[in-house]
Design a protein around this ligand. Structure first.
Ligand code: BGC
Length: 453
């Protein structure tokens, strides 16, 4: 049995205080980041090359009256979902059928996310799943939520600029993704399923919220990846309001600490998606692991409980974001659930309660920094849309981090209120579940109507 040691005795207390400073985002930081983010938006809108791509989506918000049945493809990460959605008007919708599949399955020994797989193979897999839900001969428009940086040329034409979230499938970057899907649908004998719209998942989330709430003008994803879009009232093209996908995960006018640098350097694309690497579900577990592993190597944490000093704890991505959520929600005596997870998954034997508390503290620092940085970007967008906050705004948010990470929404809310004070009352945060799927159906409805008009 290991003897309990106080953090002070082991130097762990000092190390935790240093980490508090490293991961802190003060009220002043929030304001400064919001200001830099706003400037980067203006630069991007003016066409300057910078961190924010500001991609116009060729679509505005819905009237709420859109009706009909549509297929929706939600391609957001390593899981793809296919839905058949009925839009009922008056902001109501229902999901009639659904199917989801992983793009990689070690058990079935396939992986469509690696460079060894091609775009055609990937989209054949997707079209095969759609076939499973389609009625033979049926004509049905399809909305496609494709959650990667893509440049739209029309409502149904978007070219993938680059993969994110560590996906590397070959022969998709630079290609029109809806065309890849349309060709795969034809190969499956589904000429009646027509890819009518392709949108980003942030856009889908905003469309889904705006279907029933005209005040919704910002859509955001806090999940495996991170990004935000907003309704630009005065686009440069001079036409009516248009939704702009910021690709805000690529924002980089931030201070990075040593753990951010380590994570970025070891990532698939160093230098890219710097905000996303500090805030999104793909990376929060790894950031936590980097800190814990470093303290363990210095002998400040898990002394005596690591059976193998080169064990799993030191292996990249051996901790995922679910562990961060578990650490933050574990109220069992002695933080035993967290201890059990570490023993079972990383071979960490009998960690002391003080060490588990330290790991929970680290997880809390990483998660709350994420929420506050995201809030700072929302503040930047609000500054652009309505600096005096005269109107009401709804920020529609979807994603597992926002939904499931303990305290995440509360931390975003309190950061917004810290800066907006009274004005915070006019800004609502709204969890918009299934936003990508319902939003894709709404986009297909809007596109089909545009074709009729
Ligand atoms: C992608 C965005 C997407 C976000 C959330 C990011 O990695 O670049 O296009 O909206 O993830 O899924």
């Amino acid at each position: 049995m290991r003897q309990a040691e106080t953090p002070e005795k082991t130097g762990l207390g000092d190390a935790l205080c240093k980490l508090d400073q490293l991961f802190k985002v003060t009220g002043q930081d929030l304001r400064e980041i919001a200001g830099r983010f706003h400037q980067a938006m203006l630069d991007g809108l003016a066409g300057a090359i910078g961190p924010l791509k500001m991609l116009p989506s060729f679509i505005s918000t819905p009237s709420g009256l859109e009706k009909g049945r549509f297929f929706a493809v939600d391609f957001g990460g390593t899981n793809v979902r296919i839905l058949l959605v009925e839009l009922l008007g008056n902001g109501r919708s229902s999901i009639l059928k659904r199917k989801s599949m992983p793009l990689k399955d070690p058990a079935a020994s396939y992986d469509f996310t690696q460079a060894t797989a091609t775009g055609s193979e990937l989209f054949d897999l997707l079209a095969g799943q759609i076939k499973g839900l389609a009625v033979p001969g049926e004509v049905c428009a399809l909305g496609h939520t494709f959650s990667f940086p893509s440049r739209s040329y029309d409502i149904n034409k978007a070219v993938l600029i680059n993969w994110t979230k560590e996906i590397k499938t070959g022969q998709v970057e630079g290609r029109d993704i809806n065309q890849l899907l349309a060709e795969a649908l034809r190969r499956q004998g589904l000429p009646g399923v027509i890819p009518a719209a392709v949108i980003n998942d942030t856009v889908g989330t905003l469309l889904a919220a705006a279907y029933s709430d005209p005040g919704a003008d910002i859509g955001s994803i806090c999940g495996t990846g991170h990004n935000t879009c907003y309704l630009e009232p005065r686009p440069a093209c001079g036409r009516g309001p248009v939704i702009i996908n910021l690709e805000s995960g690529n924002f980089n006018l931030l201070s990075f600490n040593v753990y951010d640098q380590l994570l970025d350097q070891a990532s698939e694309k160093p230098g890219e998606q710097r905000l996303e690497k500090m805030v999104s579900g793909r990376y929060l577990g790894e950031l936590t692991r980097l800190v814990v592993s470093n303290l363990a190597r210095q002998g400040l944490l898990l002394r005596g409980s690591m059976t193998d000093p080169d064990g799993l704890l030191h292996r990249p991505y051996s901790i995922d974001t679910e562990l961060v959520a578990l650490a933050l929600s574990d109220d069992s005596p002695g933080i035993a659930r967290l201890g059990g997870w570490l023993a079972e998954n990383l071979g960490v034997k009998e960690p002391l309660p003080g060490e588990l508390a330290a790991i929970r503290h680290i997880a809390g620092l990483v998660a709350s920094r994420s929420a506050r940085l995201i809030a700072a970007t929302y503040l930047g967008i609000l500054r652009h849309l309505d600096p005096a906050l005269r109107d009401r705004h709804t920020i529609a948010v979807d994603g597992s981090l926002y939904e499931k990470m303990p305290g995440f929404e509360r931390n975003i809310r309190s950061a917004l209120d810290e800066v907006l004070a009274e004005g915070g009352n006019r800004v609502a945060l709204k969890l918009t579940k299934e936003g990508s799927g319902i939003g894709a159906a709404i986009a297909a409805a809007i596109a089909s109507k545009q074709q009729i008009d």
